[in-house]
Design a protein around this ligand. Structure first.
Ligand code: TTP
Ligand code: MG
Length: 389
């Protein structure tokens, strides 16, 4: 039987909880954190649970939030403060296991296998983490405990705020059966609408489809859906030092020969890779690309650099050179991928005395993405793609 070794921990209403801690008068009130400037054209970073009762949520335009919750307290984001709390929280998590995979400023996966002798059963560890976070930071964290990453993440979300939810192997079936289909990773609005056309609303509704059927209908996304709808997920928790490379690839529904479109995709993917590198405070010395043609022949190319990089523009430019060099775009592509390997922690890399302004631009874009949600912000080049691309 699979053991309850995987934890997912996620701070509750993180930015607003920090503000409520800093100013106790805000406790119990509807607190809404906007961008740095809080203009009406900006969007909500997060809202306290009190504000969520009015329907306010992350990525909602501030103007709309003000209509829903006119008496709310609107505050600009203070990222330095949140980063400081985040550091404190991760220091606590790392005490219980070296296997902590950071997902964002306020959430992480932990694999606590083998830590029982020191810290007790995984549920005990979850309780200890909650208690210690509360004591040291005066903030609450929700923790999910289960047999894999996917289920642990669903569990931490199940009873927010200040939740502790355990999904045992024996409970997986009943838990998944009634789960809304859009709670499954990879099922966004477009996919959920397509599934609704088929009469699929809950994870259990997909169980009658065979793996082949789902693969034929939806390709790779269908395969993922088959397994995740049953609560099956075999991905391992990876600590930062174990991450060997960060990459992104896309298989196209129709093969693409239009170079401008391919470069637009390449840029979009470079941005995603850069965002994940920044989120993990990593840089890398090797850029690689991968292409696959309609006959499934696959080629990759890589370039090693003297200086580690993580800006989207650098990744994009080097990847583009690699694609152009051997005329790899001579035939239509079925798949395109880009990645960065030979990773090192930011700050520990060799100093590049000639670093240009691009890093700063990237950092600003990253901040905006964190604030506004990934797809809201992009440089003009990506506008070449449709929203669905
Ligand atoms: P989340 O963990 O998604 O949200 P949360 O911690 O505010 O609330 P929950 O209790 O549901 O976990 O994100 C963590 C922080 O990241 C959040 O406090 C603010 C920031 N953030 C944004 O700036 N923009 C966004 O669109 C989202 C989702 C989060
Ligand atoms: Mg959170």
């Amino acid at each position: 039987m699979a053991d309850l070794n995987i934890l997912h921990a996620d701070m509750d209403a993180f930015f607003s909880a920090v503000e409520q801690r800093e100013n106790p008068e805000l406790k119990g009130k509807a607190v809404i954190i906007g961008g740095v400037s809080l203009s009406n054209r900006g969007v909500v970073s997060t809202a306290s649970y009190e504000a969520r009762k009015f329907g306010v949520h992350s990525a909602m335009p501030i103007a709309q939030a003000r209509k829903l919750c006119p008496d709310g307290i609107y505050l600009p984001a203070r990222h330095g403060l949140y980063k400081e709390s985040s550091r404190e929280i991760f220091n606590i998590l790392k005490k219980y296991t070296p296997l902590v995979e950071k997902l964002s400023i306020d959430e992480a996966f932990l694999d606590v296998k083998g830590c029982e002798r020191l810290y007790g059963h995984p549920v005990e560890i979850a309780k200890k983490i909650k208690k210690e976070v509360k004591k040291k930071t005066e903030l609450t964290i929700s923790v999910g405990v289960s047999v894999n990453k996917f289920l642990a993440k669903l569990a931490s979300d199940f009873d927010k705020p200040d939740g502790l939810t355990i999904i045992k192997k024996d409970d997986v079936k009943s838990f998944m059966y009634k789960l809304d289909i859009d709670k499954i990773w990879g099922v966004g609005n477009v996919f959920a609408a397509k599934l609704a056309e088929e009469g699929v609303y809950k994870a259990g509704d997909i169980w009658s489809y065979s793996l082949e059927e789902l693969k034929d209908k939806f390709g790779k996304a269908g395969v993922k859906l088959f397994f995740l709808s049953r609560g099956m997920d075999n991905r391992e928790v990876k600590s930062q030092s174990e991450i060997k490379s960060i990459s992104h690839e896309e298989t196209f529904i129709d093969n693409i020969s239009d170079q401008d479109k391919l470069f637009a995709y390449l840029f979009k993917m470079s941005e995603k890779v850069s965002f994940r590198l920044h989120s993990n405070s990593l840089k890398g010395n090797t850029i690689f690309i991968k292409v696959r043609y309609s006959d499934f022949s696959t080629y990759s190319r890589q370039k090693s650099l003297k200086v580690a990089v993580n800006s989207s523009e650098e990744i994009y430019q080097i990847a583009k050179t690699l694609l152009n060099k051997d005329n790899l775009l001579k035939k239509p592509l079925r798949l395109l991928g880009v990645g960065v390997a030979n990773l090192c922690s930011e700050g520990k890399e060799q100093l590049n005395l000639f670093a240009d302004e691009d890093d700063h631009l990237d950092q600003t874009i990253d901040e905006l993405k964190r604030k506004y949600g990934f797809d809201k912000i992009s440089r003009a080049r990506k506008l070449y793609l449709n929203n669905d691309d």
